[in-house]
Design a protein. Structure first.
Length: 53
């Protein structure tokens, strides 16, 4: 978990230093889609989620 927090700090530092705030929604969307795919792979909801894409 500590490595993940370091990753978030580094990412925030990059966005803050380079003024690339437009990347934040893109990164958040990719993380949420990845989490959705991982959490629904073994569940009964999976066929309904895959029809959305």
């Amino acid at each position: 978990m500590e490595g993940f927090i370091d990753l978030i700090k580094d990412l925030w530092g990059f966005l803050n230093e380079r003024k690339k705030y437009w990347l934040a929604p893109l990164i958040i969307t990719l993380v949420l889609l990845g989490a959705l795919i991982v959490f629904t792979q073994g569940s009964a909801i999976a066929p309904f989620i895959y029809t959305l894409f």
